[in-house]
Design a binder for this molecule. Structure first.
Ligand SMILES: Nc1ncnc2c1ncn2[C@@H]1O[C@H](COP(=O)(O)OP(=O)(O)OP(=O)(O)O)[C@@H](O)[C@H]1O
Ligand SMILES: [Mg+2]
Length: 275
């Protein structure tokens, strides 16, 4: 398959911040097998979704976002386009008026967010994604709330992926830098051993260097076999590591293609990537 980020080694240049050992087998979830199921569905898809908040007007208008097994899918688009709304819809935080959410061949449209976590979805929202007054370790423990088994191995894997969190595990998460907080948020989501990880703007408000670092870690997670569906405002950099990209405008799909196709599309470049 073309556009595979690790084959092209895109966005993963700095070996010093990439964990060469991966996260071990415990987090290997959806790896292997075919990209789509028997019905041709990707591993996770929010299909032709329409709906809004409460009784308000529709924000999503037949919007589709998806991620295949073993891939990274990136959603970009202007502020207010409905990117976060689409992610919330896939996670079950919005009542859809039309459309379906299918996870690994199962229609989960009617499930609550908590039940979707049990089914294997990990979600890092755009805001309020950590408990600032709790320590780093308590945040990770909170992440494991649906688990009844021993999660210490998973915590060690999160610390292997984000070593700074091990050093700061007794510190209140609110005292950490922006990039470190995002690591806590991603780590918390990984604590459930998700089969798919959804990230809403994981690099918001961090410096370019920290953004590169976070992208490297996200690629690392994807390598362990966890497909990643993420929203990014750093469109160029994100599409460079994306197998699949979606440009959303006003709650609908404007452009869809491989990351490379979108980066090379003149209209996408002009309208969404600053030329
Ligand atoms: N909780 C809410 N209740 C009502 N309307 C909302 C709510 N959250 C978002 N909206 C509206 O939905 C539309 C899409 O917002 P959304 O946050 O999904 O956009 P976005 O693409 O994620 O933007 P950004 O790039 O700024 O994160 C906006 O018009 C917004 O005002
Ligand atoms: Mg948003």
């Amino acid at each position: 398959m073309s556009g595979n980020p690790w084959q092209d080694d895109l966005g993963n240049r700095d070996r010093s911040i990439t964990n060469p050992h991966g996260m071990g087998s415990v987090m290997r979830a959806a790896g292997g097998g075919k990209a789509t199921d028997a019905q041709g569905n990707p591993f996770l898809i929010g299909k032709e979704m329409s709906g809004g908040y409460g009784r308000g007007a529709d924000i999503l208008h037949g919007c589709t976002i998806a991620v295949e097994r073993g891939e990274i899918a990136v959603i970009v688009g202007p502020n207010g386009a409905g990117k976060s709304t689409a992610m919330k819809a896939v996670f079950g935080m919005l009542d859809l008026r039309e459309g379906h959410v299918v996870l690994d061949g199962e229609d989960i449209t009617k499930l609550s967010p908590q039940d979707r976590v049990v089914k294997g979805m990990g979600f890092v929202p755009q805001t309020h994604n950590i408990f600032t007054t709790m320590t780093v370790e308590e945040n990770l423990e909170m992440g494991a709330f649906v688990r009844r088994d021993d999660f210490r191995d998973t915590m060690e894997q999160v610390y292997d992926l984000f070593p700074i969190l091990r050093d700061k595990r007794r510190q209140a998460a609110g005292e950490l830098s922006g990039g470190q907080r995002q690591q806590v948020a991603v780590g918390r989501a990984l604590m459930t051993k998700p089969k798919v990880l959804m990230l809403d703007e994981p690099t918001a408000g961090v410096s370019p260097i920290v953004m590169d670092e976070l992208f490297d870690r996200i690629i690392e997670v994807a390598r362990t076999g966890i497909p990643i569906l993420m929203v990014e405002q750093n469109a160029r950099q994100a599409l460079a590591i994306a197998d699949k990209g979606y440009v959303l405008v006003q709650g609908a799909n404007a452009f869809t293609g491989t990351g490379k196709e979108l980066l090379n599309d003149p209209e996408v470049r002009k309208s969404f990537l600053g030329g």
